[in-house]
Design a protein around this ligand. Structure first.
Ligand code: MG
Length: 280
């Protein structure tokens, strides 16, 4: 299935990257407000699952750890646990950003505390439903998408060498998938104590579904297939299972983690309409 994309401008997204893919056939499925699903799978080639996730009522996160031995797994777990520690108390983007900073420090300090963990790093992409929409923090190449009425839109910008070359027009999309530096991140937690996170708020409308995922999904399954899968599933649990199956059917070369979250009901989110103003 070919990917059909078009460039567009997304209001309120500081990351400056937006790509949309429409599923075929278009089918707008209304999800019960607040529905959640999460699944992490080792895939078909890896010995260890170095991904981690958290899926709470308001806070969602995925992390993809890198490092030898147990290190990648530890890095991802430390990052997700640090962010999840604020799942009940976090109230806005600044709280989420502070939790991400704690996650960064935890991974960095952990890597210094034990020679077996030296050099471990991880991605982190986390979201928090707030009255204004979904607050997001992001570093690395795990992604956040929004599915709205059959349209899949990438809300995060990959912090990866290849993504940067692609954005600058220096390589083609075809070349990106085989480039020798395709796994090289430009930002990751653990390298320094402080990590430069993208932090922003995106609008949320009733019926929106947010997909947090690691590259074990996005390197194996094209965006039109992701959109069609989420849109055509009977439930978010069903969608999560189908996404993992698609990635494994395509080769399952990496760990695959998906966290799906439907927009909370209006009464819970405090939204007055579907066009909440973003504030970064
Ligand atoms: Mg990965």
């Amino acid at each position: 299935m070919g990917m059909r994309s078009r460039s567009t401008t997304v209001s309120g997204i500081g990351a400056g990257h937006a790509r949309r893919s429409r599923s075929t056939p278009r089918r707008a499925v209304r999800r019960p407000g607040g529905e959640r699903a999460a699944l992490s799978d080792i895939g078909l080639r890896r010995e260890v699952n170095q991904d981690a996730f958290f899926a709470g009522a308001r806070l969602l996160a995925v992390a993809d750890g890198v490092g030898g031995g147990p290190a990648g797994e530890v890095a991802a777990r430390l990052a997700v646990d640090a962010v999840a520690s604020g799942a009940e108390s976090a109230a806005g983007l600044s709280d989420l950003h502070a939790l991400a900073a704690e996650a960064s420090a935890a991974v960095h300090d952990g890597s210094r505390s034990d020679s077996a963990l030296a050099g471990m790093t991880t991605t982190l992409t986390a979201g928090l439903f707030v009255p204004e929409g979904l607050a997001v923090v992001h570093a690395g190449d795990s992604r956040l998408y929004r599915v709205r009425e059959g349209v899949l839109e990438q809300l995060t910008s990959d912090h990866a060498v290849v993504a940067q070359l692609l954005r600058e027009g220096l390589i083609s999309a075809d070349r990106a998938t085989t480039h020798p530096l395709r796994n090289m991140l430009t930002r990751a937690l653990g390298r320094d104590r402080d990590t430069d996170f993208d932090a922003f708020v995106v609008p949320v409308a009733p019926g929106d579904v947010f997909l947090f995922c690691t590259d074990g999904l996005t390197n194996m399954v094209d965006e039109s297939a992701i959109a069609a899968t989420v849109d055509g599933a009977d439930s978010l649990d069903d969608a999560a299972l189908r996404l993992v199956r698609c990635a494994n059917a395509a080769g399952g070369r990496d760990n695959i983690t998906v966290v799906l979250a439907a927009a909370p009901p209006r009464s819970a989110s405090g939204l007055h309409d579907g066009s909440a103003v973003a504030a970064a």
